[in-house]
Design a binder for this molecule. Sequence first.
Ligand SMILES: Nc1ncnc2c1ncn2[C@@H]1O[C@H](COP(=O)(O)OP(=O)(O)O)[C@@H](O)[C@H]1O
Ligand SMILES: O=C(O)C1=C[C@@H](OP(=O)(O)O)[C@@H](O)[C@H](O)C1
Ligand SMILES: [Mg+2]
Length: 195
Amino acid sequence: MTQSQSSHSPSATSARASSGSLAARLDRPIVLVGLMGVGKTTVGRRLAEALKRSFVDVDHEIERAADRTVSEIFATHGEAYFREGERRVVARLMGEKAGVIATGGGAFIDADTRALILDKGVAVWLDCDLETLVERTSRRNTRPLLRGGDPAKILAELKEQRSDSYAQAHIHIVTDDGPHHRTVSRIIEAIDAWL
Ligand SMILES: Nc1ncnc2c1ncn2[C@@H]1O[C@H](COP(=O)(O)OP(=O)(O)O)[C@@H](O)[C@H]1O
Ligand SMILES: O=C(O)C1=C[C@@H](OP(=O)(O)O)[C@@H](O)[C@H](O)C1
Ligand SMILES: [Mg+2]
């Protein structure tokens, strides 16, 4: 879709209209949670643009602080070390000015991190079907948890293990393959209704 088509579509217009009122009313960070490949990083950045808020991706913050990629941190120090960094970064972000935060898929599974996000932020669970997750995560080889075996099987297991935690989020959005601005609009409308 071209830029001009997108900016004249009804959903893009309604995203802009409701983003103004939401930006004024919401004094909590919006925290996107959900499995790898669901679109937290991509949609989070666009949501922040629509709301004229800051955007932070937790994985990128950890990478910046460590001066290493997530894969390198897993390989050099192990997953427990990464999770510790993830816990610290989320705790710091939840104490800062309200913006949009994209977590890594495991952050909301930690009970303390989850409690903090639920207390200080508005947690939005982005969800989609397994086949879509498998296809999207296959595009880039940046996720160490998917390298140890069949990605489809690993993602199915993670979905099974983690869905009860994700379901505690304030808002649940089932995404599709439509344009990003549609997902952004649906998140804004859902938060508006939640407020
Ligand atoms: N609604 C969508 N439709 C099509 N592709 C998408 C959608 N959301 C995300 N993607 C693509 O899926 C891949 C993974 O998205 P990403 O934002 O990195 O997910 P996450 O941060 O949840 O792991 C990226 O290539 C991204 O462009
Ligand atoms: O689900 C997980 O445990 C992980 C998700 C990744 O982030 P995305 O969900 O943004 O891919 C990243 O934090 C790390 O590879 C572990
Ligand atoms: Mg991400």
